[in-house]
Design a binder for this molecule. Structure first.
Ligand code: SAM
Length: 279
């Protein structure tokens, strides 16, 4: 890709700008531009879309997104040391890259984005799940984004895409799959990153559905799911007893045996229970 954007290889960029990786910022960089282009392609056609990227770092994925045709990229980076490297990318793609030097947890990027918006990021592991939960729980649905293409630790990626019946299935799977199509599109070994993290990683692609799969009030559903999985080894009649005195009857009324455990109940069942408990 350096041939396409005329920019130096990422190792040279990192050396030139002294970007030694900081663990506290979750800095594990992707230096292979073929790989970053592949991640950008996993987000689908970018040509008519604005892309929100969190944590561009030295800009490997940013270069991939621009080369794959993103209409505009808004990149939010906390580490000011990365700004000169990102300015070089902005100069190579005039008018198509805006960089905000900010903490992604503190800012609202919406003012800078024009729909349709796709979020694509190799997230810092320490804030990845929090950002995902925020993106999955907006005040209104559909959300501001059309899709999320995000790198996570493999274990988190598996929790997002898990099906009922296993240990990985829980709050994150229900939150994600209630209103999105979610699948793992790429798996990466530690050596794909510099420095190499201790764990495997995976890219998850989530597409926002126009409406939830099953009706439910989001706040009630969240309460039910949180209670059910906080004590996931208990039977539902025990873990949910704080939600209603007649919880056993309510469970039976929606076709769930009170002796079942949370991980056996599909999303449809939790939504039915949330409806039964609403009001
Ligand atoms: N995208 C680059 C890549 O793929 O090589 C870097 C990914 S690295 C895993 C995570 C990046 O997120 C780092 O550049 C780090 O400085 C940045 N970062 C960490 N916490 C952040 C926060 N709260 N807000 C914005 N950026 C953050």
């Amino acid at each position: 890709m350096s041939a396409i954007d005329g920019l130096p290889p990422l190792r040279a960029v990192i050396a030139a700008h002294g970007l030694s990786a900081k663990k506290a910022l979750g800095q594990n960089f992707l230096l292979d531009l073929n790989l970053t282009a592949k991640i950008a392609r996993a987000a689908g056609d970018l040509s008519g879309a604005d892309v929100l990227e969190i944590g561009p770092g030295p800009g490997g994925l940013t270069r991939g997104l621009l080369a794959e045709g993103a209409r505009h990229v808004l990149a939010v980076e906390k580490d000011a040391r990365c700004l000169p490297a990102l300015a070089e990318i902005a100069a190579a793609w005039p008018g198509r890259l805006t960089v905000l030097n900010a903490d992604a947890l503190e800012i609202d990027p919406l003012a800078h984005l024009r729909p349709p918006v796709k979020v694509v990021a190799n997230l810092p592991y320490n804030v990845g799940t929090e950002l995902l939960v925020r993106w999955l729980t907006p005040p209104d649905w559909p959300p501001f984004w059309q899709s999320l293409t995000l790198m996570f630790q493999r274990e988190v990626a598996e929790r997002i895409t898990a099906q009922p019946g296993g240990k990985a299935y829980g709050r994150l799977a229900i939150l994600a799959q209630w209103r999105c199509e979610a699948r793992i599109v790429m798996r990466l070994p530690p050596e794909a990153f510099t420095p190499a993290p201790k764990v495997d990683s995976a890219v998850v692609h989530l597409t926002a559905l126009p409406a939830p799969r099953f009706p439910a009030d989001p706040a009630v559903l969240e309460r039910v799911v949180a209670a059910a999985f906080n004590q996931r080894r208990k039977m539902l009649r025990a873990s949910l007893k704080g939600l209603a005195p007649d919880i056993e009857d309510r469970l039976r009324a929606v076709g769930i045996a009170p002796t079942e455990r949370a991980e056996q109940v599909p999303i449809e069942g939790f939504c039915a229970l949330a409806r039964a408990l609403a009001g």
